[in-house]
Design a protein around this ligand. Sequence first.
Ligand code: AMP
Ligand code: ZN
Length: 485
Amino acid sequence: MTDTPQLKLFNSLTRQLETFEPIHDGEARVYTCGPTVYNYPHIGNMRAYVFADVLGRTLRFRGYDLTHIINITDVGHLTDDADAGEDKLEKMAAQQKQSIWDIAAHYTEAFKADVKALNIREPAQWSVATDYIEEMIDFAKAIEGKHCYQLESGLYFDVSTVEDYGRLARAQTEEGESRIGDVEGKRNAADFAIWRTTPEGETRQMEWESPWGRGAPGWHLECSVMGGKLLGFPFDIHTGGIDHREIHHPNEIAQNQAFCGCGGLDEATHSGARIWMHNNFLVERSGKMSKSSGEFLRLQLLIDKGYHPLAYRMMCLQAHYRSELEFSWEGLGAALTRLKRMVMSVQPLRDLAEEGIAASTGPKVEPLLLRFIEAISDDLNTPVALTALEDILALKKVDSGEKLAAVAGLDGVLGLDLLELSREDLRIRPKDAQITEAEIEDALARRKAARADRDFATSDVIRDELTAKGVEVMDGDPLGWEWKL
Ligand code: AMP
Ligand code: ZN
């Protein structure tokens, strides 16, 4: 393709759009902060991984050899992102009277199931924090002399020892902080534990010997260590949700600067990565999404209510990743309908394209392909990219094989599974339905026969019976759905 636009990404560190230039020729190395596996992820958490997935797919589409790491945080994340509170996993294990390892295993599997359902590619590696304890201790030993001090409760990082601390958050280290009160003896409000020593007389289910006593690593240390170890400092892109921009990532950056012996952050790579990217939140009308209040919006809840999980992926793609997105069931329904319309345009192409996917692109498709590439290269503008794909599907008098080739290529970026999904997959199927699909089809066939015989009384009875079981008969529906549960 001529004049392929440059790939521009928004760097939270510089608050600017920047052209992606790989650190290693032809490669893209990406680290995504993974879930803390103390509970099921909510769909807001999954937005962060849909975003990271679109980023990874875009990098591959743009020809880079991608190495993508997502970690699993199974230790060290406190109930408060700074140093207050308890370890989230220890707390859940105590509440449920279960082994912490079982808790971690269970919720890791649940997370991976959501990843699969949302068509998020598996990363090159799931790195599990507790597999890297030795490396974390080595990292801490390497920086402690110049950058850390020990208190009874653990080893602390002194943020005044690195240049430009908090630039990512645009935070003033000493002002407006409520963090100083949390641990006695801290030198600066923003100092944080990189190793938390188990208090005398207590035991934790997860703890290890270290030069600073028996204890557990801090959450920020984990990501610095796994990112550096698996991708090498500096790597290309680090991602996470926008909350990580305030505490977790500034602390990772400070540790990385310390470890690499780097100076200030005017040189972005001193942070350990060249580009830091953050997705905005999925919110509920009532405010922040939470696992404890109101209806716990897990992907499984959406599935139980009958929605195909990719309708949620579509909902995410309809918004730019840096915009807040409000969840509503109406919005999810609209996303499902949009996905259905696309699938209904693609399905006949699959049957019609006798020669299969075409090798070349003609003059009608070409400009729309370019529009798609421009959109996705403009800081992953998926809302515009979606419309370009829809415009391709709506083209008249274009060979099916050619359209199919375009869909295959572009869906490689969007991940909506357009070549596999069928209309039937997208029917709303609530888990608690009182009637099976075969029974519905059977009733509708009887109704059709009755109407053909002009027996409208029987036809009405059948319709009423279906209504009583929650089935709406949709005569003349423009999308061709004959019924809805
Ligand atoms: P956690 O398991 O709490 O560490 O969060 C996993 C990921 O989800 C992190 O990247 C968070 O920043 C992100 N996240 C948390 N809440 C939301 C939300 N409501 N919308 C989008 N991303 C979120
Ligand atoms: Zn992290």
